[in-house]
Ligand binder design. Structure first.
Ligand code: ZN
Length: 183
């Protein structure tokens, strides 16, 4: 089993604290913070993390705040993970899904294996996958037909032209897709 690191927002008030957490699949706190950084999280030098919504309202003075952004100087601190940005990861996963969706649509039309008399045309993919893989795994795999894959690609690419942080779940989904694809 791989370890996972969860970042917790440390913003607190007299009557409570922020409950925002970022679940990452990073094996170390440094890598987890690297992921968080790309999603708008910020880490104070004291080791406290703040969610995107509270990155600008830290109870600590601004001069003591260490801004962890992808492009700013302080982000190049030692141990920062190198590699694709969250946006690039989402783009790559979206492209991958679109390519596979197109190829799968073509395959379903041209390969008689999928042409079932027991299922309507729109369900040929789900039906064929269910026949090939028995039980819940086949049902689960069959859910991601080309139509669903294209919609998923749209969600993964929807942050391309916005300045808003990419939701953690969207990024982790993109990374899971890439990992499974590279298996
Ligand atoms: Zn927060």
């Amino acid at each position: 089993m791989s370890t996972t690191i969860t970042l917790h927002c440390n913003r607190s008030w007299a009557d409570g604290a922020c409950t925002v957490r970022l679940y990452t699949d990073a094996p170390s706190i440094t890598e987890a913070r690297g992921i968080g950084r790309g999603l708008g999280w910020r880490t104070h030098p004291s080791g406290q993390d703040f969610c995107p919504g509270h990155s600008g309202t830290s109870p600590t003075p601004a001069s003591n705040v260490f801004y962890l952004t992808q492009s700013a100087g302080p982000a190049q601190h030692q141990g920062a993970p190198e590699g694709p940005t969250p946006l690039e990861t989402c783009d790559t996963a979206a492209r991958e899904l679109r390519t596979l969706a197109a190829a799968t649509s073509h395959e379903i039309v041209t390969n008689p294996y999928w042409h079932s008399e027991n299922a309507e045309r729109g369900l040929w993919f789900t039906n064929g996958v269910g026949n090939a893989v028995s039980g819940p795994p086949g049902v689960l795999a069959g859910l991601l037909d080309p139509v669903a894959a294209r919609l998923l690609a749209q969600i993964l690419g929807s942050h391309r032209n916005t300045q808003k942080p990419i939701p953690a779940e969207v990024f982790l989904l993109a990374r899971a897709i890439q990992r499974n694809r590279a298996r």
